[in-house]
Design a protein. Structure first.
Length: 129
């Protein structure tokens, strides 16, 4: 049962982490934080801003939030169960994000190849006329 919950809870962790760190809806906030991570005078400031723009880093925060929100604990019923479940959620969520990223690249590649073939076909038709 814990494996099922781990797999299910990792889905929203991955979704939220990916959305905040990659998608257009958070672009302005992300660009601001990225600039702050590069321009902050304090090393701590640089690191804190970077933590929010990196999907791997940000997934730790999201996983911790979901662990506390749901009370999900793995293997042990005390605080150590929360630690184990948080890092397990991070790992599975990052596997999901890697699969999603590769899928997006593959789909984009296929779309570009289709557009190139379509353009070549149109050029050949124009030459024939």
């Amino acid at each position: 049962m814990q494996a099922f919950w781990l797999a299910m809870l990792a889905l929203p962790v991955a979704s939220i982490s990916w959305t905040v760190t990659h998608e257009e809806i958070f672009r302005e906030v992300r660009e601001y934080l990225e600039a702050r991570s590069k321009s902050s005078r304090l090393r701590v400031g640089q690191k804190l801003h970077y933590l929010i723009t990196c999907e791997y880093c940000f997934s730790h925060y999201v996983a911790l939030g979901f662990t506390l929100l749901t009370g999900f604990r793995m293997l042990l019923e005390d605080w150590r169960g929360y630690v184990i479940s948080t890092f397990s959620l991070v790992w599975i969520a990052n596997v999901y994000m890697t699969i999603y990223a590769r899928l997006r690249v593959t789909l984009k590649k296929e779309r570009v190849e289709a557009e190139i073939k379509d353009q070549e076909r149109r050029e050949d038709e124009d030459e024939d006329e």
